[in-house]
Design a protein around this ligand. Structure first.
Ligand code: M3L
Ligand code: AKG
Length: 393
């Protein structure tokens, strides 16, 4: 695979798949995977990167059997690198074959939706298949399917769930351990203000995401309606990622503002609690490539916005909220759905909004949060395979 090695002052340039790509000596030394530098059992570095000589350089470097062999100036340390690993982690420039990147994107693609896509076509899985799923039985195929449905569509129903908090909690734990919060771990609640939050009332709660007041917003949220002897309490779901695309097209300035303006939030109803994120986050959170990775939207938990780098943004922000609200509350983008005993709803709280209309009578709901990173870890390992996931580390 490699034709030549070009030695620079502090770099090595290799030809990988016919493309010249350059690695810094110190970077290569830091990524030595020998037993003294890296504990492969736990996938952890043993080497203290700060102890690498600033002017470290190879005293001998060869390539054979698809491996780069280097003897370093410092301690005559020997390192061996698979060329395939170097190609995967090349950075100057990256020479990773495009199909490799595309493949993960394809396997973890997401299908944004509007109301018409979801009416009578909501993704669902079966409780019994999930609970029977394990490495021993089906290699966790049913759980893999469940994770992929949640990721692809932003939510999934779970049918045939025994109408008990115990079965619901077991269902949550089958996917991942539950995230405990000041609301408790697994919650079983009604409109008695058991916790000082409007969720514990019969009020209407417009479409929102939970936990905008945490730096690490809950990744998933599961609901199971155990009992309701009144009217109302209708749930709605919105694909906020689809709505963000619509906003970007119809009102690009509003989209841009909602990716920039930090929105403070709090949870302060409980006597001994005032939770706020370490830094206020925008409604639309983008990654370094400008890709949307999270929507944080909760008008009731938003704090006083008294920190504006440009006060002229104040009216523009409210104009953006009006544009945004028109899209997310459009019947074309919001599906209404009645929770019912025996059928759970789980959704991606970084992507999908949920709401509840005002209700009468006694209504008992149970469920839980699951951390985002724990869910994505399970999804990627089940979908891509552990080996594929680990080679990117
Ligand atoms: C889900 N559970 C009933 C435990 C609490 C809901 C908390 C709702 C809070 N206003 C938020 O949006 O985060
Ligand atoms: O009562 C419900 O259906 C949901 C309440 C809610 O929005 C929440 O707990 O986040």
């Amino acid at each position: 695979m490699t034709q030549s090695i070009i030695k620079g002052k502090d770099t090595l340039t290799l030809q990988l798949s016919g493309i010249e790509t350059t690695f810094h000596h110190i970077w290569l030394r830091d990524h030595c995977r020998c037993e003294a530098c890296y504990f492969d059992t736990t996938k952890q570095r043993l080497l203290n990167s700060a102890t690498i000589d600033e002017d470290i350089h190879p005293v001998e470097v060869t390539v054979n059997n698809e491996k780069l062999h280097v003897t370093w100036s410092q301690d005559q340390h020997k390192s061996v690198y698979d060329l395939s690993w170097l190609q995967l982690h090349s950075y100057n420039p990256p020479v990773l074959p495009k199909e490799t990147v595309q493949n993960e994107k394809k396997l973890l693609s997401r299908q944004f939706w509007r109301t018409k896509d979801m009416e009578n076509n909501m993704p669902a899985v079966d409780f019994n298949s999930i609970m029977a799923s394990s490495d021993a039985s089906d290699g966790e195929a049913a759980i893999k399917d469940w994770c992929e449905k949640i990721w692809r569509h932003g939510f999934s129903l779970i049918d045939n769930v025994p109408v008990t908090p115990e079965a619901t909690e077991q269902l949550c734990e089958k996917l991942m351990y539950i995230r405990p919060t000041h609301y408790g771990g697994f919650w079983d609640f009604t409109s008695d203000l058991g916790k000082k939050d409007t969720a514990y009332t019969n009020f209407d709660i417009s479409a929102h995401t939970d936990g905008t007041y945490w730096s690490d917003t809950p990744g998933l949220q599961l609901f199971h309606l155990l009992y309701h002897d009144g009217t109302g309490g209708t749930t709605s779901l919105v694909d906020a990622f689809q709505c963000a695309e619509l906003l970007k097209k119809e009102h690009p300035d509003s989209y841009d503002l909602l990716t920039k303006i930090p929105v403070p939030a709090h949870s302060a109803g409980e006597e001994k609690v005032c939770i706020q994120p370490d830094i206020a986050q925008p409604v639309l959170k983008l990654d370094a490539n400008g890709e949307l990775i999270q929507v944080r939207w909760n008008q009731s938990d938003r704090s006083c916005m008294d920190s504006w780098s440009n006060p002229e943004d104040v009216p523009k922000f409210y104009a953006a909220l009006r544009h945004w609200y028109k899209i997310i509350s459009s019947p074309e983008n919001e599906i209404f759905y009645q929770l019912r005993p025996g059928q759970c709803l789980i959704f991606d709280n970084w992507r999908c909004f949920h709401s509840r209309t005002e209700f009468t009578g006694k209504r008992r709901l149970c469920g839980a949060y699951i951390n985002r990173d724990d869910f994505v870890s399970k999804l990627r390992i089940l979908t891509l395979g552990r080996e594929k996931v680990l080679e990117t580390l």
